[in-house]
Ligand binder design. Structure first.
Ligand SMILES: Nc1nc2c(ncn2[C@@H]2O[C@H](COP(=O)(O)OP(=O)(O)O)[C@@H](O)[C@H]2O)c(=O)[nH]1
Ligand SMILES: [Mg+2]
Length: 456
């Protein structure tokens, strides 16, 4: 991230610039005076007031480039604290390219790196690091829940909770100082009470956060639905059916799908990755073996797994397959005569397929689709009902702080040496500041900003 220490004016298209649209918004920030850009506009920029929209033309060397609207935000009252100009132009991608080039060629403005506007907002203390993470999630969310969580951290309840935690922590820290320096003034007993009750307030609030660090949430950010089964079970057929397309090759030749394929499906507001895998069987072929290894790995980290079984092609390898747990077992070939009998035989042989086992869906077509969607959504809703914190960085820090806090509470109850208490509290405070994003180690910055799109 070499842009971190450079503060030249930057420009980017802040709306999607990959396909033609009615409008696009370009953003320039970091300039000293708006009039530095006078050469590009027909409007007299010295008369432009902040936060008002003006209609003007982009003209350079007598060539008219576009009819646009401009809005000036004077720093520090802008998104990132810098002087900012927003230009609404026509959204043909060629037009966007041409106007960006005009500004970068004929002024001291360069193209912004991904996330650079927001990085400046962080630098100018317009946003905390946690808010930046919230924004990142909000912009890249795969589900309604992730959208809500992103916004909640950007400016909503999670952000408020973090702020409150920090306030309670600071109050507790002050109570420790009080008991060290002023206990004679306020009375030792009062100081001690104050110290313990402020700790309890902080602890209680913090525990509400700990309950939201559920173990399973890593796959909520990019939930994968994995189709598994023996070769020829019908995985690729179901994959295509769920996608309404012919994406995967369907054939009676076992081993046709040798690597996994994945495509996006949206089910009830949530975007999932649907994965078709190589059939699970004893293979001697090196490529097929590798495909099978990948299938197993995918199953391990899947959000929702579907085992497909063709009851006419039963095989002792089912024993192996059924050792693992699946969210659903899906019987294919229900259209063929004799299906019920074949299925009943399998159920008799493998207890896991019985009525107490996984739910089976032998109905092909729309009914199967609806039932599958309902099961997937139910699992998703169950997982988010505890309002899990979606950010790995936060989850790790919350667990770390929780452990420190338990130790500290123990010390606070039994340990009277204020030097030790003070030291433990400082370490805890350091982690808390990291969680809230008041302090931000470089590697955290790097990983967050590597996710951002240009123009943000
Ligand atoms: N009759 C019938 N044939 C199916 C069904 N599902 C898959 N097939 C056929 O079984 C063969 C293998 O299907 P495919 O989807 O490629 O299986 P995969 O190896 O698990 O991906 C193909 O010839 C499909 O047309 C089904 O429900 N009914
Ligand atoms: Mg296949």
């Amino acid at each position: 991230m070499n842009f971190l220490y450079s503060d030249e004016p930057i420009i980017a298209c802040s709306t999607s610039a990959t396909s033609n649209a009615a409008m696009a918004v370009l953003r320039i920030s970091g300039f000293q005076e708006l009039t530095e850009y006078q050469n590009f506009f027909s409007k007299n920029l010295s008369s432009v007031e902040p936060r008002k929209v003006y209609y003007t033309k982009i003209i350079y060397n007598n060539h008219v480039y576009d009819d646009v609207c401009i809005t000036f935000f004077a720093g520090p009252a802008s998104y990132n604290g810098e002087n900012t100009l927003e230009i609404s132009i026509h959204g043909n991608t060629l037009n966007i390219e041409r106007i960006l080039k005009l500004f970068t060629t004929h002024s001291n403005t360069r193209l912004a790196a991904p996330g650079e506007f927001t990085y400046r907002a962080l630098k100018n203390k317009k946003l905390t690091l946690a808010q930046v993470e919230g924004l990142d999630l909000f912009l890249n969310a795969n589900s309604g829940y992730a959208l809500n969580e992103g916004l909640s951290l950007l400016s909503g309840s999670l952000y408020d909770l973090y702020k409150e935690l920090y306030f309670l922590f600071t109050r507790h820290k002050a109570s420790l100082e009080l008991s060290i320096d002023f206990s004679e003034d306020v009375g030792e007993e009062t100081a001690r009470q104050n110290y313990l009750s402020s700790l309890e307030d902080f602890r209680k609030k913090f525990k509400s956060l700990v309950s939201r660090v559920a173990p399973l949430t890593h796959n909520l950010l990019e939930p994968e639905i994995v189709l598994a089964g023996l070769p020829n079970a019908g995985k690729s057929s179901l994959f295509n059916f769920l996608l309404h397309s012919d994406r995967a090759i369907v054939s009676p030749i076992a081993g046709t799908t040798r690597d996994y394929l994945s495509e996006t499906v949206i089910i009830d507001e949530t975007r999932y990755k649907l994965v078709d895998t190589a059939g699970l069987r004893e293979a001697s072929d090196v490529i097929e073996k590798e495909g099978i290894r990948r299938t197993k790995k995918l199953l391990e980290k899947s959000f929702f797994s579907i085992l497909l079984i063709n009851p006419f092609e039963s095989d002792e390898t089912l024993n192996d397959l059924l050792r693992d747990d699946y969210d659903v077992i899906y019987f294919t070939h229900a259209d063929l005569p004799g299906f019920d009998g074949a299925r009943a035989q399998l159920v008799a042989r493998f207890s896991k397929l019985g009525p107490m086992g996984a739910i089976d869906l032998q109905n092909p077509g729309e009914i199967a689709r609806k039932s599958l969607n309902a099961l997937i959504t139910k699992k998703y809703l169950d997982l988010i009902s505890g309002k899990p914190i979606l950010f790995d960085r936060h989850r790790a820090l919350i667990l770390q702080i929780d452990e420190m806090l338990d130790n500290y509470v123990n010390s606070a109850t039994y340990e009277q040496d204020v030097a030790i208490l003070s030291h433990e509290l400082n370490t805890l405070g350091h982690c808390l500041s990291e969680l809230i994003g008041i302090i931000s180690p470089d590697q955290v910055l790097n990983s967050i900003f590597s996710n951002f799109c240009i123009g943000k």
